[in-house]
Design a protein around this ligand. Structure first.
Ligand SMILES: *Cc1c(COP(=O)(O)O)cnc(C)c1O
Length: 314
């Protein structure tokens, strides 16, 4: 039916704004995917696979970028999409989901309740698309590294954001495939959503009691087994930034490059700007995954920034 992937190739650009005399910073612009984030790579790949297996409908319980990617992929594949989201999901992502033609059901106070409701509606011909824990997703995400390896130099460090770790698993898989197995990875989280950082410090998987961050797309209380396993077979440094630092990085990216991204993406930009880890201090070429995200508008960023500036924490 279609010979092309659902995601699009994205530009890799050297950032004059973020580079220094000793370090060139390369931005992989996943924010330019049609659904607004890197998620379309993995989700598109998974949806295509399920369509080939005969799935008749695609299901998601994400009111964020994963759900949007499923909705976009379903439209491209000609398959109906059902997304169940909790009441807390803002109006803006609901509007975007419906714009792609997805059926949006609002049910439950938490993601857990929404997910349970979705599972009760599931039929045998439905394919459920997980937001981060599925080898099909990782395979799709890995394509961004195959692309980057053709577009630019071998980096001395790679920086990305971590929520549940799907992006990280895919990027590390891609790095292994293109011969970048020795290139350090800097994994950034906000302090209130640092489930990978906690796991690495503890030496085992950790489930956070709660998520307390404006970077909602990083809000997985526990990372996948595979994400944690990767930290033992690749040089990975975890690092955390505050919500205010993630937001400041969003504004810096907007001012310098004119792109609006979520605080989830700002976390990786902030980590790169701080150059706090040794892996970044000595790197001549740094590759940053600009993962994107559409859940926060520019007005949202301004409002969150004002809230944090006047508030008690951050
Ligand atoms: C999903 C998402 C992340 C985190 O990705 P994981 O695969 O869950 O680690 C980061 N940034 C944005 C914008 C996202 O949509």
């Amino acid at each position: 039916m279609r010979g092309m992937a659902i995601h699009i190739p994205t530009p890799l650009i050297a950032s004059d704004a973020f580079s220094t005399p000793n370090q060139r910073v390369w931005l992989k612009l996943e924010a330019l995917q049609p659904s607004g984030s890197f998620k379309l790579r993995g989700v598109g790949h998974a949806c295509e696979w399920h369509a080939k297996q005969g799935a008749r409908r695609l299901l998601s319980s994400s009111g964020g970028n994963a759900g949007l990617a499923v909705a976009y992929a379903g439209r491209q594949l000609g398959l109906p999409v059902l997304v169940v989201v909790p009441e807390s999901t803002p109006e803006w992502p609901r509007t975007l989901l419906r714009r792609y033609g997805a059926e949006v059901v609002v049910q439950g106070k938490s993601w857990m309740e929404a997910n349970e409701h979705l599972m009760s509606l599931r039929t045998p011909s439905d394919a459920f698309i997980h937001p981060f824990d599925d080898p099909l997703l990782w395979e799709g995400h890995a394509s961004m590294i195959h692309e980057a390896a053709r577009q630019g130099p071998r980096p001395d460090a790679v920086v990305l954001s971590v929520g549940g770790g799907g992006l990280m698993c895919g990027v590390l898989q891609g790095m292994a495939a293109v011969g970048w197995a020795g290139v350090p990875l800097v994994a950034a989280e906000t302090e209130g959503a640092a489930s990978l950082h906690a796991a690495v410090n503890a030496g085992h998987l950790v489930t956070l009691d709660a998520i307390n961050s404006v970077a909602t797309s990083l809000g997985a209380r526990r990372v996948s087994e595979e994400a944690f396993a990767w930290t033992k077979r690749h040089p990975v440094t975890t690092t955390t930034v505050t919500d205010r630092e993630a937001l400041a990085a969003c504004f810096e990216l907007e001012r310098e490059h004119r792109w609006v991204v979520e605080p989830a993406c700002g976390a990786a930009i902030a980590a790169m700007r701080q150059r706090s880890s040794a892996a970044l201090q000595n790197a001549a070429d740094v590759l940053v995954i600009v993962c994107g995200g559409v859940s926060t508008t520019y007005a949202d960023l301004v409002r969150l920034d004002a809230q944090l500036a006047s508030g008690v924490e951050g």
